[in-house]
Design a protein around this ligand. Structure first.
Ligand SMILES: Nc1ncnc2c1ncn2[C@@H]1O[C@H](COP(=O)(O)OP(=O)(O)OP(=O)(O)O)[C@@H](O)[C@H]1O
Ligand SMILES: [Mg+2]
Length: 470
């Protein structure tokens, strides 16, 4: 049969099984009788069916037709079935390939399975046998798709549905988030480190009408000042050494969406003036350029600093403060909403259990201690504490001993007698802990912040403070 004759049949038959509908299947066989039988079975199951009488013909159909399932004869003329299997897998790695082998050649089927085939069927086979096999493939693919959709859903679940907390202050917060989401005014999110400022900012963006537009976080605490400027406003080629090409600023790239200025309190004063102008005039001037570019972007900002105090001290511009402060959201620290601790713990344990396939719960004593603790690193510290406890606990119940010593107050004994009597200020202890953790981790600041239960911006800010003390 010529290639033309073996052309594509695309008859979407009435679906017989849930799942096969919309799946594209190709039968690759040089025997017309086999193609016909397979086609009939596949169509009655609801597959969109295509046929090819050679491997080359099949390759040409794989991508354009979006083939999901391949029924491949291993005894094809030419290079042979195993080579065809390789080619098909290379072109469409996700395609499910079922190989068809002759009687007495099971070893080639085994070889095919080792090379990525999903299953095999031996000739001669009955229609029932094929039906069962295709049914299984359809279910397998359906499950795979469902899992993918679920994963995407979880990833993009940014609405305030994922903010956990039932304390009255949190309920109030949700109401303000809902309102803020539908306005385009700047919002200032205040809260201690780890209280969920970024989470709240994401909720405002993703529950609003411009959720399909970009949400771009800019961490003003960890970027050097010149970089914040060139990131936000962009630059033109040759604006400074290394500016080989022009680059658009994030305020322009976010067009129609949101720029989240995290740790705005760390922004240098001269940049604050530039930002204020950009917000007021709705345009920016890239570094090294004389041209102004219009912008259409919503500004959300967050800080764990006391901005009013910073204004009083002259490190934060009053006019920018008022501009950003149109709407303020204050997230209460965890110690002021202790009733949320069991809820948050259950939420994190459930999520961690799902990821590791090991269910965990807190012993009554462990929960009691967690309820009494002050959580200076707030929700992030709670999350890290549970992550660590899950890794340490040997059984399904997390005990006090699985919690960090900082929480149950039993620390390692001092290494020498002297230090037990020496009083060290908290700030100094904190400095020593931070610096020694970074040294122990060979300078990995991100990991240090994670293990210490503080945000990376907090860590960078503290390091800056230590540097300025020297
Ligand atoms: N109410 C909450 N429900 C569920 N998870 C939360 C909640 N609040 C915070 N988290 C989690 O705690 C961690 C810290 O949150 P986030 O980064 O938003 O805090 P932050 O205030 O921006 O912290 P930092 O000031 O250190 O940057 C994240 O992993 C976040 O998912
Ligand atoms: Mg943050």
């Amino acid at each position: 049969m010529s290639t033309m004759e073996a052309a594509v049949y695309a008859h979407p038959a009435p679906p017989q099984i849930e799942g096969a509908n919309f799946l594209n299947l190709i039968i690759v066989d040089d025997e017309r009788a086999i193609r016909d039988v397979c086609k009939e079975v596949a169509q009655t199951l609801g597959f969109n069916t295509f046929v090819a009488d050679s491997a080359e013909h099949a390759y040409r159909l794989l991508d354009p037709q979006g083939i999901d399932v391949v029924l491949l004869d291993l005894k094809l003329p030419g290079a042979g079935g195993i080579e065809a299997l390789h080619q098909i897998k290379a072109r469409r790695p996700d395609a499910v390939v079922i190989v068809v082998t002759g009687y007495g050649t099971v070893h080639s089927a085994v070889q095919a399975m080792k090379n990525g085939a999903y299953d095999y069927v031996t000739k001669p086979f009955s229609m029932d046998e094929l039906r069962l096999l295709l049914d299984r493939v359809a279910n397998h693919l359906k499950l795979k798709t469902e899992n993918r959709i679920l994963r995407e859903k979880i990833k993009s679940k940014q609405g305030f549905g994922s903010i956990v907390g039932r304390a009255p202050e949190m309920e109030r917060l949700y109401r303000i988030i809902a309102k803020a989401a539908h306005s385009s005014h700047p919002v200032l999110v205040l809260g201690e480190s780890g209280t969920g400022k970024e989470m709240v900012a994401r909720s405002i963006h993703f529950s609003g009408p411009f959720r399909d537009k970009p949400f771009i976080p800019v961490d003003c605490g960890s970027l050097v000042p010149t970089l914040i400027e060139s990131e936000l406003f962009g630059y033109v080629k040759g604006a400074f050494t290394g500016a080989m090409q022009s680059k658009d600023g994030l305020l322009a790239i976010a067009e129609g969406g949101t720029v989240f200025l995290d740790e705005i309190g760390e922004m240098p004063v001269d940049l604050q003036a530039k930002l204020l102008r950009a917000i007021q005039e709705k345009e920016i001037r890239p570094v090294g350029s004389t041209k102004r570019i219009p912008i259409n972007v919503r500004i959300l900002a967050a800080t764990n600093r006391d901005l009013e105090q910073a204004v009083a001290q002259g490190t934060f511009r009053r006019d920018l403060y008022f501009r950003l402060n149109v709407l303020t959201l204050r997230i209460p620290p965890l110690r002021e909403r202790r009733q949320d601790i069991p809820l948050l713990a259950a939420y994190f344990l459930e999520r961690m259990g799902r990821n590791s396939n090991q269910e965990r719960e807190l012993s009554d004593e462990a929960l009691k201690i967690m309820l009494a603790y002050d959580w200076p690193g707030n929700v992030r510290e709670l999350e890290n504490c549970l992550e660590r406890a899950c890794a340490l606990s040997t059984g399904p119940v997390i005990q006090i001993a699985d919690l960090p010593s900082s929480i149950h107050g039993v620390g390692p004994a001092p290494s020498n007698g002297e230090s037990s009597s020496k009083i060290v200020p908290m700030a100094e202890l904190e400095k020593q802990t931070i610096l020694s953790t970074i040294t122990q981790l060979n300078g990995d600041k991100l990991l240090a912040a994670r293990l210490l239960g503080i945000g990376k911006t907090t860590l960078y800010r503290k390091l800056k403070e230590y540097a300025s003390q020297e």
